[in-house]
Structures are given as structure tokens and as C-alpha cells.
Design a protein around this ligand. Structure first.
Ligand SMILES: Cc1cc2nc3c(=O)[nH]c(=O)nc-3n(C[C@H](O)[C@H](O)[C@H](O)COP(=O)(O)O)c2cc1C
Length: 424
């Protein structure tokens, strides 16, 4: 599930860190949205580090991703803990004065509040009226626990224990009818990278590539359709972002590497279909590179980018943790010293990934096209047997790949015995 965790400005804000952990360890993707006041108790760095996502209190950060609309709209569940008297009042009044209250107004799924405040504040008719209003609109407002409060006093108003909030919030999500996902990848977390990276030369120019992101977007959509929770790490795309994914936008190879590094901590499958630049300009000029008066041509020195796929495989071997399945993509052209298939096999061995989707590329082949021809290579298959060429639309290929991924995860690699992918 995609969960928004709203954190209000109460002394119990620190307990929301344990609640966050419970959600993430159960495989949920959590976006923390603290109020400005709550950052006086627990800082943004804590939420970013624990959730693995950028965190903001305001609608004016990351405006291009339209967070104030998107977060509430995409969330399967919104949990506010601790919910202060002030937050309950703002939510009941329908105010949209910060990112959290905007998100609450945009909620399309269940909304859950775990209040915490002094007994007098909780018992105040204003607070009780706000709670009644929120409940009448379908929100679940938990009763606070009775016990020690901020000072020496005690009574009703204490934040319930994180385990209790966790169980009650998930029950609320169930009651609100969020049925568990079904499909070949139900309950699986899949990260898909897509598109072409752009490596800046100066503020206006970059080195890019011809990748449209079509194939990666199709894989992400096919994984969503099979019930997976999908994180979509998008470099430059010429196609829309698929519905139902958690979007992480990147530009350069180094940004993509960071996004993959964050994702592998909590993903079952990594599909590396982005076209990542092998090299980047050694210098990124602060100002536009100008034509020189003496007529001399500029010299651009390229430096190697890290090999993100090989690095991720190595980290998995070294740590013993990471995705169960790592899928690479290779776009190869044959030449005098090897066929496309030979280059693909060498690449599979070099990278050490579990599956390699091999494309033959050329100026008019693969990039930006709707249909394609691929072979899926596995280190476990007999190299003397040529894997069949699969032809079809990128959507067909994506569906086939997702079926293959599901079979590999189930420990029964499907043998790709037919070359034609069934249409539609
Ligand atoms: C030390 C301290 C502890 C506080 N604890 C609470 C609390 O537990 N519950 C509450 O409703 N307000 C509490 N407040 C008051 C809120 O911080 C204040 O109402 C603030 O405006 C809440 O903003 P928010 O609802 O936007 O997070 C506390 C304030 C301080 C200084």
C-alpha cells in the first residue's frame, strides 16, 4: 500500500518514527508529511532517512510533481499520528494551509487519526465537535490512550502505542474496502527504471540518448496490472508515467544510481530498463559554453559513469541482501567480432544479473518504436541453445517479461519456448 503518514506538532511526534518503521517493514511505501510545528520535535532528516523519500511540510516544494494534489490522490491510506488539537480543527474545517491539510482534502482512500494532547484539550467541546465532524465524514479517529502526558500529569490524551496505531490503521484500511491486490505479482515490490539519462554539459546542453522509456513504462504498467507495488524511477521519458506507480524522477546517471540504491533496500525485483549513459562530461560548466573568438573548438572530456547494474548485483552478493531478482536490459549492435547474441551473453556474464533482456538496436530499431524483438537470457540456461526471439508490441513483451519474473520468483523459470508473444 502507499501510505501517507502525517505527523502533527506534539511531544509524541517521535513515536511516529516507530510507526513508520512498522509500515515500511511490512512492505508498505510511506510518504511522511509533517506539519511545520512537528519539525520542532522531529526533523525532516529523520523522516527522509527512515522513509527513503524526500519530505516537505509545504505545497511550495517540488511544485513540478504537484505534491499537494498527488499525495492525497495516490494514497491508499492516510494516517495522522500524532494528530494535534490544531490538526483535528484544521481538518474538520477543511483548511488547506500546508501540505498535510491539502493532502487530507485530496484523500481518495481511508483517513485515520491518532490524536494526542492534554486531557483538557481532548475533552474541550471544540475538539470533541471536530472529532465528531471528522467521524461523520467517514474518517476513523482513534480514542487516545490514558496515561502519562507531557508533564507530570496523566489522563486520557496519550498517543496510543505505535503497534496499536498500526493495527487499527490497517484495520481501518480493510474496513474501507481496500481489497488485497491479486495477480501474479501480488504483494511483490518491483522497481523499474526507464527512460534515457541526460548528462549536463552546461546549463542548456546535455548528452542524451534515444531511449523513449516506452518499454520500461510498459513493464511498470504490466507489473501494476499483476498486483505489484511498483516504484518507477524515470529518467527522460517520451511517454506518460503509468498509472498506479510510485514515481521517482531523476535526470542523470548518478541520480538514477542514488534512486536505485534507495530502492533496493526494499524491493523484491529490480528491472533496469533505463538507458543509462556510460559516460558523462568531466565538467558541467556553470555558464553556457560560448564560441571562442580565436576559433578554437571546445574539447569535451568524458568520464565513466558507475555501472549501476553490476554494482547492484555485487552489493547483493557482498551483503547477502537485496532484490531476489535483478533484470538487466541490453541494447546491442552486432559487428565483425560478435553477433548481438554473443554480445548479450558476454554482458550477462559481466553483469551477473538474473535475467537479461536483449534488444538489437539501430537508428530505426527499438528506440521509440511500438514493437520490438527481444531475447531473454538467463545464466541458468544452456548457452548452446539459442533462446527464442520474442516479437510483439512493447506491451506484449512487458507482459511476457512479468510472467517470466513471476515464474522465476516462484522458483520455476518458464522456458521461453515460443517466439511469438500472444497479442493483446
Ligand atoms: C512541548 C510542546 C508539546 C506539545 N504537545 C502537544 C500535543 O501533544 N498535542 C497538541 O495538540 N498540541 C501540542 N502542542 C501544541 C502544538 O504544538 C501547537 O498547537 C501547534 O500549533 C500544532 O501545530 P500542528 O497541528 O500544525 O502540528 C505542544 C506544544 C509544545 C511546545
Amino acid at each position: 500500500m502507499r501510505i501517507v503518514l502525517g505527523v502533527g506538532g506534539g511531544i509524541a511526534a517521535y513515536k511516529a518514527a516507530s510507526l513508520l518503521r512498522l509500515f515500511t517493514e511490512a512492505g508498505h511505501s510511506v510518504q511522511v508529511v509533517p506539519t511545520e510545528a512537528s519539525t520542532r520535535f522531529v526533523g525532516i532528516a529523520t523522516w527522509e532517512a527512515l522513509s527513503g523519500h524526500p519530505v516537505s511540510t509545504t505545497v511550495f516544494d517540488a511544485v513540478d510533481t504537484v505534491n499537494h494534489v498527488r499525495l492525497g490522490h495516490e494514497a491508499d491510506l492516510i494516517v495522522v499520528a500524532p494528530a494535534t488539537a490544531d490538526l483535528l480543527a484544521r481538518a474538520a474545517a477543511g483548511l488547506a494551509s500546508d501540505l498535510l491539510t491539502n493532502t487530507l482534502l485530496m484523500a481518495s482512500g481511508p483517513v485515520f487519526f491518532a490524536p494526542a494532547m492534554h486531557t483538557e484539550m481532548w475533552n474541550h467541546p471544540a475538539t470533541q465537535a471536530n472529532v465528531a465532524t471528522l467521524r461523520s465524514r467517514g474518517a476513523v479517529v482513534m480514542e487516545p490512550a490514558i496515561g502519562r502526558l507531557t508533564g507530570k500529569d496523566s489522563g486520557p490524551g496519550r498517543l496510543p502505542e505505535p503497534e496499536d496505531i498500526y493495527a487499527a490503521a490497517l484495520a481501518a484500511a480493510g474496513e474501507a474496502g481496500s481489497a488485497p491486490a491479486a495477480g501474479l505479482l501480488a504483494g511483490r515490490r518491483v522497481t523499474v527504471t526507464a527512460g534515457g539519462t541526460r548528462e549536463p554539459l552546461d546549463p542548456v546542453r546535455f548528452l542524451g540518448n534515444r531511449s523513449s522509456g516506452k518499454q520500461g513504462a510498459a513493464v511498470a504498467a504490466a507489473a501494476v496490472a499483476e498486483g505489484a507495488q511498483v516504484r518507477f524511477v524515470a529518467a527522460h521519458l517520451e511517454v506518460p508515467v503509468p498509472e498506479g506507480v510510485e514515481l521517482v524522477q531523476v535526470e542523470t546517471a548518478l541520480e538514477l544510481r542514488d534512486a536505485v540504491h534507495d530502492a533496493v533496500q526494499s524491493t523484491d525485483v529490480l528491472v533496469m530498463s533505463a538507458a543509462v549513459a556510460d559516460f558523462r562530461p568531466g565538467e558541467n560548466a556553470d555558464t553556457k559554453i560560448k564560441k571562442r573568438d580565436d576559433g578554437a573548438d571546445p574539447v569535451i572530456t568524458l568520464v565513466r559513469n558507475p555501472d549501476i547494474l553490476a554494482e547492484t548485483v555485487q552489493n547483493r552478493s557482498a551483503s547477502g541482501t537485496g532484490p531476489s531478482l535483478i533484470v538487466g536490459f541490453a541494447a546491442e549492435t552486432g559487428d565483425g567480432s560478435g553477433s548481438v547474441l554473443e554480445y548479450g551473453r558476454r554482458k550477462l556474464e559481466r553483469k551477473g544479473c538474473d535475467l537479461l533482456v536483449l534488444n538489437q538496436v539501430g537508428r530505426s530499431l527499438v528506440f521509440g518504436q511500438d514493437s520490438t524483438e527481444v531475447r531473454i537470457l538467463s545464466p541458468h540456461e544452456d548457452p548452446r541453445i539459442e533462446p527464442p526471439a520474442l516479437t510483439g508490441s512493447k506491451t506484449d513483451i512487458a507482459r511476457h517479461l512479468v510472467e517470466r519474473i513471476a515464474a522465476e520468483l516462484a522458483g520455476a523459470p518458464a522456458s521461453s519456448s515460443t517466439g511469438a508473444v500472444p497479442p493483446g
